[in-house]
Design a protein around this ligand. Sequence first.
Ligand SMILES: Nc1ncnc2c1ncn2[C@@H]1O[C@H](COP(=O)(O)OP(=O)(O)OP(=O)(O)O)[C@@H](O)[C@H]1O
Ligand code: SF4
Ligand SMILES: [Mg+2]
Length: 449
Amino acid sequence: MLPRGKHNILGRAPAPAPLVSARDVSKYFVLHETLLARYLTGAKDRTVRAVDGVSLDVYPGETLSLVGESGCGKSTLGRTIIGLYEPTSGQVMFDGRPISGPEAMPRASLRRQAQIIFQNPYSSLNPRHTVRQILGVALAARGVPARERETETIALLRRVGLSAEHIDRYPHQFSGGQRQRIGVARALAMHPRFVVADEPLSSLDVSVQAQIINLLQELQAELGLAYLFITHDLRVVYHISHRVAVMYLGQVVEVAPTDELFENPLHPYTQALLSAIPSIERHRRRQRIILDGTVPTPIDPPRGCRFHPRCPRRTDRCEVEAPEFRQVTGTPETEAKAEARATARARAASEPGPAGSRTGARAEAGSGAQVGTAAGTRTEAEAEVEMEMQMQMQMQMEMEIARRKGAGPGARTGASAGTGADSTAEVASRTDAGAMPQGHFVRCHLAFA
Ligand SMILES: Nc1ncnc2c1ncn2[C@@H]1O[C@H](COP(=O)(O)OP(=O)(O)OP(=O)(O)O)[C@@H](O)[C@H]1O
Ligand code: SF4
Ligand SMILES: [Mg+2]
């Protein structure tokens, strides 16, 4: 596929500055061999290049979905960009400030502003804590005085569709969907600006999935949250995302606004992923592309283009030369759609509407809410939040490792795209995130041939 002609972007409102910026970020894990294995077989430590040289921006108020096969590095990238993992190299900036290194922003400040919702609501809540305690820790870390926490907790529960009577219950006394709502409430208790939602739907049944998606979208519209939404369900991606990033074997291979990506996928891997969706209204059916071969391991990724052993369009060049990640232009059709959306937005903004709902939580998240809390308690609560997140991450990781061992490599590959057939039936379409960058980026020689 060839690059499109230059398009006119004059007159469009400038894109806001990114809230989160990853630049050339890598995260490697070293797998240590036991002494016995070293002695008996001469085995050496191995390095898993889970994330390898990723650059990505997330803008205020947008939903950027991250898709790709199982094991391609989505969770690792999500955890790295909110500081749960230290990057092996590269830099992540939050609101213009580095999150690691000597100039790093204070950890507590990052934790208040960047939160994560984990995939499994069963393992991500402390079974020995009631909802009051679970949410109380986060509220304390935000600086809410003790006397106000019960009221805030009840307000949060109501916000996520639960009620005051749930406050003294333990996680095992809830259904899966309710537990995921508590996970959402816990993330929101900090009044974050950015939330990584790491497959928040995959352990829920279809009707509950739609409820959780709608809840996340309402919260985004009210509070202006930005999401990095990690999922395997491409239909959900289509309905809720402003932009989509596609990952393959530790690298982002394509990023584009949602309409652009679905209508004009440039990377052969994206084309194969999208060809697997049974149906999305408004999109022409594509011929199903079945990829050959198994997913290579991130311990020893192929040289040249990482996708070349499976790529139906590979050339000799692909085997030796790694393609750069570069911007191509959008199509005239998607440019026209973006213009139409901008016009509709401008019209909506000029019409009088209900004020107030957008201001509430965000306004009080400022310094006022933090007044009057003993610094010691606050620091302890902040440390507890950090510890708890690390603990949840550990539990999630153990479950993931068990799942991968049980299912074998590539268990969710290929067929994983487009699962959850009916989950979007009642899902609201994506909210308006303001002026979003229309850039289409791709990592493939063909796009620049
Ligand atoms: N703590 C860890 N130690 C060693 N390897 C890890 C660790 N965490 C992840 N990996 C490896 O890094 C690679 C990327 O894993 P990651 O969990 O980020 O993938 P994913 O895209 O989220 O997959 P899934 O869709 O199955 O959740 C995998 O090969 C995984 O086995
Ligand atoms: S560079 Fe493009 S055409 Fe070549 S193997 Fe990679 S994805 Fe396929
Ligand atoms: Mg994952």
